[in-house]
Ligand binder design. Structure first.
Ligand code: HEC
Length: 293
């Protein structure tokens, strides 16, 4: 009987814990999405268990009501005796933790002062409080040793590490999804590898109209500071991606090149600024001032 009572409580606790555990979010999504079957089975088990407990209680009270008064008394007595035998260990532990003087013995610890009828008991500290205090002392030493002697990772360092990791993740995500870049978010690329890739694209797709050195033939000179459609990485990206004015011959390249490639070739074009190639086309458009962007 005694063991069954403990087992029942333990069973409910474990079930509830597993159910809660299954509803939390993990690194790879919601746990419940990964084990939906287990979750449902456990939920059904829990509901059945609760139903059994409730029906047992109802049955008990029905039987109790049908008993004769003396049988009822006997039953109640048995029940009280039985409940006294249950959780004896727990009850002892609870009493010990509270460490209270029973009311009958309060006289022994009554202090001898009396303020207008208000008296004071000289109770011992409750054990739960005392142990908590001891644990906090131990904790303080561990804490001090960890952070101040062995140079443990502080919250600030943890935070910075997390941010650095997140930034890396963002970079990796961007690299995997080149089409995320658009004219408003694009940044001038300066890495040699990006500029080389840009040059490659330029020699394949753009040179026919802008000349290998960017000096311009059908298309305008890309090496001077004059721009018809606006200079700066954002405008150049926009022009290459969406094309020039209708009928001028500069098509939209977004169907041929992905956003990353457009950013690379645009950055390459801008790296030609001020190279003054021979036989370059006369400047067209206005001088581009970055601030006016
Ligand atoms: C078929 C010829 C042709 C090709 C190929 C071509 N362009 Fe153009 N490009 C033009 C013309 C023409 C203009 C002028 C458009 C206008 O006036 O609206 C122009 C304009 C531009 C401009 C804007 C210049 C300014 O002054 O604002 C940029 C930047 C540019 N092209 C880059 C490129 C890049 C990069 C490529 C290769 C991916 C390329 N173009 C391929 C013909 C071409």
């Amino acid at each position: 009987m005694k063991k069954i009572a403990y087992l029942r409580i333990l069973g409910f606790l474990i079930l509830a814990l597993i159910l809660i555990e299954l509803t939390v979010e993990t690194e790879s999504g919601w746990a419940i999405e990964q084990y939906p079957v287990i979750w449902w089975i456990l939920a059904v088990v829990l509901v059945i268990a609760v139903a059994i407990e409730v029906s047992l209680a109802a049955l008990e009270s029905m039987v109790f009501k049908s008993l004769k008064p003396d049988a009822q008394q006997h039953y109640t007595k048995l029940k009280i005796e039985n409940s006294d035998k249950q959780f004896v260990g727990l009850k002892k532990f609870y009493k010990k933790m509270l460490n209270q003087q029973p009311v009958e013995k309060e006289e022994e610890i009554l202090l001898d002062h009396n303020y207008d009828g208000i008296k004071e008991l000289d109770n011992d500290l409750p054990a739960w409080w005392l142990y908590g205090f001891y644990i906090s002392i131990v904790f303080a030493f561990v804490y001090m040793a960890y952070y101040h002697i062995f140079d443990g990772e502080t919250q600030r360092e943890e935070y910075l590490a997390e941010v650095a990791k997140a930034e890396k993740d963002v970079e990796a995500y961007k690299a995997e999804n080149p089409d995320l870049i658009d004219a408003s978010s694009v940044e001038l690329l300066t890495e040699a590898s990006d500029l080389e890739a840009g040059e490659q694209i330029f020699m394949t797709s753009c040179m026919a109209c802008h000349k290998a050195d960017g000096g311009g033939s059908i298309g305008p000179n890309l090496t001077d500071e004059h721009w018809i459609l606006g200079g700066g990485i954002s405008n150049v990206f926009q022009t290459v991606s969406e094309g020039g004015r209708d009928g001028k011959g500069m098509v939209a390249w977004k169907s041929e090149l992905n956003a990353q490639e457009i950013a690379q070739v645009s950055s390459y074009v801008l790296s030609l600024q001020g190279t003054n190639p021979p036989d370059a086309k006369a400047p067209e458009g206005d001088i581009w001032v970055a601030d006016s962007e």
